[in-house]
Design a protein around this ligand. Structure first.
Ligand SMILES: Cc1cc2nc3c(=O)[nH]c(=O)nc-3n(C[C@H](O)[C@H](O)[C@H](O)COP(=O)(O)O)c2cc1C
Ligand SMILES: [Fe+2]
Ligand SMILES: [Fe+2]
Length: 401
């Protein structure tokens, strides 16, 4: 049974959700699932904006057929050639052999790379700023390179102000009937996943995202229709301002984040003592995570969220404990920058985790180490409480300023 949804008289939702997939991109846990959004515009000519992942292809194809209700498909706009959105292109071409595929030169080249059908006979190549009129609707194509992949573009329907934004403004999380962000508790139930999605998928490309936001600011946007998660028709500026914060590497909240690794519990004890001291200084926004327990995608996202971060790790075979090392490597890979940090190391014979963590952090842009490394020899001792207190004071000052 098809499950098409009406967004406007002539705009239909034809996407679908997957709640079985454990790891998005085979790396990010998605306990709440994910939706693959796709849209049909019915005009003198018919238009499909992006396809879907193969996991939902059956429902997706049924939806497209129902949305077209007997008409053929004239245009398929490919805003993004990543397989979570383009898996069904070849099937669409088989079903609608006269379809024109609208994409830029890079998109068309990627379609040739992924598929073996005769791409050139279907290609309708557009340049940045080009438009396509299909009757009442005129679509403007705005390139958004690296707002996930180099070929990415967003499509603005000038007739109704709908921005088909590709991966931008998307989020993990399957849809449950409600299509719009204003129909769900977005801040309470979705924002953490939206942040984790943004930071992990495009966090590295803040400069490119800012460029796209600047271009978008000139458009009279009425609705944002992303390829994942709910559609935005209210409070759009609130979500755009979140993107501005994330893309410019500003912290979202003044607060202390403590991430630690611990084999036997002694480093865990030290950070608990530290967090109590931070709390005693009046700080209320303190969050502690064990890097072995929490997925690194959550930790990366939380590091982007807070102003002040403590990294604590035992020395492990003369290295940083692997789970902590992975977090630091991932932060660097996501262009993590502009934060106040402190480092705690532990070790029983030759401590080197602190130096290695500091080096890794110092290789990132605008990372300010606000306190001397606290070195613990196996377990925290009474005589080190002065050092702990000094670190807590530096953290409290960072959070308060
Ligand atoms: C496999 C393994 C390798 C370790 N390698 C080192 C090391 O190279 N240098 C060192 O000083 N301690 C090393 N340690 C000891 C721990 O860093 C040390 O016992 C620390 O106090 C553990 O802190 P925890 O109680 O928070 O787990 C190693 C421990 C393990 C299990
Ligand atoms: Fe993507
Ligand atoms: Fe995507």
């Amino acid at each position: 049974m098809n499950n098409i949804r009406k967004i406007a008289d002539d705009v239909l939702y034809v996407g679908a959700s997957d709640r079985r997939l454990a790891l998005f991109e085979n790396i990010y846990p998605i306990e709440r699932g994910v939706s693959y959004n796709s849209y049909v515009v019915l005009d003198d000519k018919t238009v499909l904006l992006d396809t879907a992942d193969h996991s939902v292809s059956r429902e997706f194809l049924e939806n497209v057929e129902a949305a077209l209700s007997g008409r053929t498909l004239d245009y398929l706009v490919v805003n993004h050639m990543e397989p979570d959105h383009c898996s069904v292109i070849a099937e669409i071409v088989l079903r609608y052999p006269d379809v024109k595929i609208v994409g830029n030169a890079k998109t068309i080249q990627m379609i040739r790379q992924f598929y073996t059908f005769d791409v050139d006979s279907h290609a309708h190549i557009v340049k940045d700023g080009d438009t396509l009129t299909t009757g009442k609707h005129t679509f403007a194509f705005v390139f958004a390179p690296m707002v996930h992949w180099p070929e990415v573009m967003v499509t603005f329907d000038t007739s109704n102000g709908f921005l088909f934004s590709a991966d931008a403004f998307g989020t993990f999380g399957a849809l449950s009937g409600n299509l719009y962000a204003d129909e769900v508790d977005f801040e309470g139930e979705w924002l953490d996943d939206a942040r984790r999605y943004y930071i992990n998928i495009v966090g590295k490309y803040g400069v490119q995202v800012m460029n796209t936001l600047k271009k978008a600011a000139t458009l009279p946007i009425k609705m944002i229709l992303p390829l994942h998660g709910p559609i935005w028709r209210e409070n759009i500026s609130w979500f755009i301002s979140k993107y501005q914060t994330w893309a410019s590497y500003q912290c979202e909240e003044k607060g202390a984040l403590i991430v630690y690794s611990s084999i036997y519990g002694n480093t865990a004890n030290a950070v608990d003592v530290l967090s109590s001291r931070i709390a005693d200084k009046g700080i209320r926004n303190i969050h502690t995570y064990d890097a072995s327990k929490t997925d690194v995608s959550v930790l990366v996202s939380e590091c982007f969220r807070y102003s002040t971060i403590v990294f604590a790790s035992p020395t492990y075979n003369a290295e940083i404990f692997p789970k902590m090392e992975m977090l630091l490597i991932e932060l660097k890979a996501h262009a993590f920058q502009n934060r106040d940090v402190a480092v705690i190391e532990n070790g029983s014979w030759a401590l080197s985790a602190g130096k290695k963590m500091s080096e890794l952090l110092s290789s990132m842009k605008d990372i300010r180490i606000i306190s001397p490394v606290l070195s613990i020899k196996s377990s925290l001792k009474e005589e080190q409480l002065g050092e702990v207190d000094a670190m807590a004071a530096a953290i409290a000052e960072s959070v308060n300023n």
